[in-house]
Design a binder for this molecule. Structure first.
Ligand code: LLP
Length: 478
């Protein structure tokens, strides 16, 4: 059983989180419900600070990767705990600023930041922008130049390190959409390009090799490769001072996940930076990391209510809950595995193997394929562990299912940090079909005629492209 932080089994046989009975939480706030153990969130962050201190590194940043779980309350909490923040979109930046995060403590990532997003970030005076490609460098120069500002950037480098994880969440290998490729010389060319941009100041290098990584070896290799490029940048006279090793530290979802403690990853990274910088007679840079999952993941639990069941004799027993891929798409996307209990019957023998299904119209809408549970009954509360990262943040409205509520719990109290959406909320941007307030396209009804097209007014006689018959034997159109 994946009990972490303040999670425990009460004398009543219920699951308790943050001093609150999970069954009471489900009654109080409804299900599906995301419950975050606030103390555990804080402990996870403190573990990063302690690891840097233990490694004797004073100049570092723990930049929480807000994509893992980004809400106003979460941005407040991580800021209180001394994190800076990594955002990847205008929406995440807006959330962080709404939470009162100081702009200088925010960094912006993204492989295709829009002009609007970059302008928003620059006008808000955020700390650094992590530039991903040559097009972005040009945009940054143009936007900053027009404002007569200098923007501080890091360069995102694809260091050619393939992390051992699911291919969709592996990002540091050469064939990736992210960053400047090191091997082919793109990264070096980017250093030179930045030198020619008067409104862009390059202060560091970044690599993120992937997510849910257990082995520190990939981080070490990436650091060593970045150090080589850093040396080249210093030789060019660039004012480099930051080395950002990204996030990706793995967590325990099931008993099979052998997640190393944060201390050992941080130790491996800081040792690698020390070693590779000393070997080049370079001053130790500021070391930044960007953990998302390892902070938010273990602290989150999803509560569902059990509904219908389907037993296929000799094949499988499906147990359906009132959520699914709309609040947790990770099994459908990556084949992710989770552990669960019945929160109202944790003490009972888990001797029924169940396949926990969601309620969406999609066969792949599963939460867990094989969960040992006590014989489930309608109305039981299913608690799925370690759902704090990339669940709420990847929620969808498929089947027009509203997003669940989110509560933080601490010392026997629960506070609602995101309200549950209603059916009306999911339809709130819809407008009825009507052309009364329609926009008229300035070019008129159809594109201007090209040679061979039918005269105006004959549009009804067009053969749809998909069914058009071509070739010499095509019958004449009547
Ligand atoms: N920094 C950068 C530049 C990233 O792209 C990411 C994650 C992180 C930091 C944080 O990585 P973490 O510490 O959370 O592993 N949706 C996937 C994960 C995608 C991660 C994308 N980038 C999942 O559910 O597993």
């Amino acid at each position: 059983m994946n009990l972490q932080g303040t999670m425990q089994i009460g004398a009543d046989g219920h699951l308790w989180i943050g001093g609150c009975d999970a069954v009471w939480l489900a009654e109080q706030f409804g299900t599906p419900l995301f419950v975050y153990d606030e103390q555990l969130l804080r402990e996870r962050i403190r573990a990063f600070h302690a690891a840097f201190r233990a490694a004797g590194v004073e100049r570092y940043q723990v930049a929480y990767a807000s994509k893992a779980f980004c809400t106003v309350a979460m941005c407040q909490l991580v800021t209180e705990e001394g994190c800076t923040l990594d955002v990847v979109s205008g929406g995440e930046l807006y959330t962080a600023l709404s939470a009162g995060v100081h702009p200088s403590r925010i960094h912006m990532h993204g492989n295709n930041k829009s002009r609007e997003e970059l302008e928003y970030a620059i006008d808000a005076r955020i700390g650094t922008i992590v530039a991903d490609n040559f097009y972005e460098l040009e945009l940054l120069e143009e936007i900053a130049g027009r404002r007569d500002l200098t923007v501080e950037i890091l360069l995102r480098i694809a260091p050619g390190v393939a992390a051992h994880t699911h291919e969709y969440i592996s990002t540091g290998q050469q064939d990736s959409k992210f960053g400047f490729d090191l091997e082919s010389g793109q990264a070096r060319a980017a250093l030179e390009a930045v030198q020619r941009l008067p409104h862009v100041r390059l202060v560091g290098l970044h690599a993120h090799i992937g997510s849910q990584i257990f082995d520190s070896g990939g981080f070490v290799l990436a650091v060593e490769r970045l150090a080589g490029l850093y040396e080249q940048g210093m030789a060019l006279g660039l004012p480099l001072r930051v080395l950002n090793a990204g996030g990706g530290f793995g967590i325990r979802y099931t008993a099979e996940d052998d997640a190393a403690p944060i201390t050992s990853h941080i130790r491996a990274i800081t040792d690698a930076v020390r070693r590779s910088f000393a070997a080049r007679s370079l001053e130790l840079p500021e070391i930044w990391v960007e953990p998302g999952r390892s902070i938010a993941g273990p602290a989150g639990v999803t509560l569902y209510t059990v509904g219908s069941q389907k037993e296929i004799p000799g094949v499988r027993r499906y147990v359906a809950v009132d959520g699914g891929m709309t609040d947790n798409p990770r099994l459908a996307l990556y084949g992710a595995r989770y552990e669960a209990v019945l929160a109202n019957r944790v003490g009972e023998r888990a001797d029924t193997v169940c396949s926990v299904a969601g309620k969406c119209c999609e066969t792949g809408d599963m939460v867990i394929w094989d969960a040992p549970l006590p014989e489930p009954r309608p109305g039981d509360i299913l608690a799925v562990f370690a759902t704090g990262a990339y669940n709420y943040s990847m929620a969808s409205h498929y089947n027009r299912i509203p997003h669940p509520a989110v509560v933080f719990v601490r010392d026997g109290r629960a506070t609602l940090v995101v309200e549950r959406e209603t059916w009306a909320d999911v339809a709130r941007f819809d407008r009825p079909l009507s052309y009364k307030a329609a926009y008229a396209c300035p070019q008129g009804r159809y594109p201007s005629p090209s040679p061979g097209s039918p005269p105006e007014g004959d549009a009804g006689a067009w053969t749809p492209a998909s069914s058009a018959v071509s070739g010499p034997s095509a019958p004449a159109r009547r």
